[in-house]
Write a protein that binds this ligand. Structure first.
Ligand SMILES: NC(=O)c1ccc[n+]([C@@H]2O[C@H](COP(=O)([O-])OP(=O)(O)OC[C@H]3O[C@@H](n4cnc5c(N)ncnc54)[C@H](O)[C@@H]3O)[C@@H](O)[C@H]2O)c1
Length: 346
């Protein structure tokens, strides 16, 4: 029986596909390719093209083969963009999750791992945020993820057979190894986000330009924002472990933080990137703060370590080295152009 990955053609989803395949677990993908890429879904894995918020598309993906569980990653993910188009975020992230739950219930598909976010917390109090910290999301994106968690919680009260957990990711970076596709090509799973730090810095370096630090007057040790960065390969492993535990009938907590529990500043990240690519002399510029960037977000990963035995294995240098190798692999520049064209069309 397969696990269905919504959003499996995206940056994180495609790494989860690889983790499931490496563990000999069958996966299929539902994705509308609005920000994902067909080539991120490897040969042999079925891609059902369709929209989460369309019941017929979700039904088709669930009926095409037996499905035992769902990893639900599909959706819109830019906190900074979401205040401009809040209804898009509610339609895809909230209505999409509601439709998925309804279609799963109609078929007795009762295992769900939901992709949530540290954006559900908003500005943190104290040094490190644990799962039961107050939730004060500061954007429609963060709100839509929190509502997604509530939908799942309430549906599991109505249908106790639904076994679920939500993984609240912190800042996801890095890339898995560049793979040979077996037909003379290579597959590099790259984060093509227009707003995330790694692709922003890599785009600047590829043009020979100095990368930018947004804001150097935050109340942090070096004035730049502090984040908790987790390697996408470690994150993918956390999903696999969650799915295995649900398959084994283990009760999981409603939510787990997935991060390293370690704050790294934007200056530190940029300096590490410049050192990995041998461009220390280039340096970087300081630009004004971006709206909606809290000073610091660092998560405690103690609960997931205790319940799953999951620990992040890959450090900052591995995150930068893997991401830079993938960025420079064949296919990345073409996908960057395709992504620009898609966003220009709206
Ligand atoms: N990247 C991060 O740092 C981060 C942090 C916290 C949470 N998340 C969450 O992780 C998930 C995956 O993020 P990602 O970084 O891989 O982003 P991504 O944009 O690469 O992946 C999202 C995928 O969902 C698909 N999709 C979007 N709208 C859809 C719709 N209406 N119907 C079907 N498919 C649709 C896209 O085509 C894409 O393949 C998202 O839910 C995001 O909110 C990401």
């Amino acid at each position: 029986m397969a696990w269905l990955l919504t959003g499996g053609a995206g940056y994180i989803g495609s790494h989860i596909v690889q983790a499931f395949l490496a563990a000999d677990r069958e996966v299929v993908v539902l994705d509308d390719l609005s920000s994902g890429f067909r080539e991120f879904v490897p040969a042999g894995v079925t891609l059902h093209e369709g929209k989460l918020e369309d019941p017929a598309d979700v039904a088709r993906a669930l009926d095409a083969q037996p499905v035992e569980g769902v990893v639900h990653l599909g959706g819109l993910k830019y906190a900074g963009e979401s205040p401009r188009v809040p209804l898009d975020y509610y339609r895809v992230n909230v209505e999409g999750t509601r439709v998925l739950l309804e279609q799963m219930a109609a078929r007795g598909v009762d295992r769900l791992v939901f992709s949530s976010s540290s954006a559900t917390y908003g500005t943190m109090e104290g040094e490190i945020v644990a799962e039961d910290a107050p939730k004060r999301p500061e954007s429609p994106y963060g709100e839509s993820k929190l509502i997604g968690e509530w939908l799942i919680r309430d549906q599991a009260v109505a249908r106790p057979e639904l076994k679920h957990t939500s993984l609240r990711y912190f800042n996801v970076v890095g890339s898995g190894p560049v793979r040979d596709t077996g037909d003379g090509g290579v597959l590099a799973l790259v984060d093509h986000s227009p707003y995330n730090l790694f692709p922003l810095v890599f785009r600047a370096l590829s043009r020979g330009a100095r990368p930018k630090v947004f804001g150097d007057d935050y109340p942090t040790p070096d004035g730049s924002c502090v984040r908790d960065y987790v390697h996408v390969v470690d994150l993918a492993e956390a999903h696999l472990r969650a799915a295995v535990q649900l398959d084994e009938g283990t009760e999981l907590a409603a939510a787990y933080n997935v991060g390293r529990g370690e704050g790294v500043s934007v200056r530190q990240i940029i300096e590490t990137i410049l050192s990995v690519v041998g461009e220390e002399a280039l340096g970087y510029d300081v630009a004004p703060r971006r709206a909606g960037d809290p000073a610091k977000i660092v998560g405690s990963a103690r609960r997931i370590e205790e319940d799953f035995g999951w620990k992040p294995g890959l450090d900052l240098r591995a995150m930068v080295e893997g991401a830079w190798e993938a960025w420079n692999a064949p296919g990345t520049a073409e996908r960057e152009a395709a992504q620009d064209a898609r966003r220009a069309q709206g």
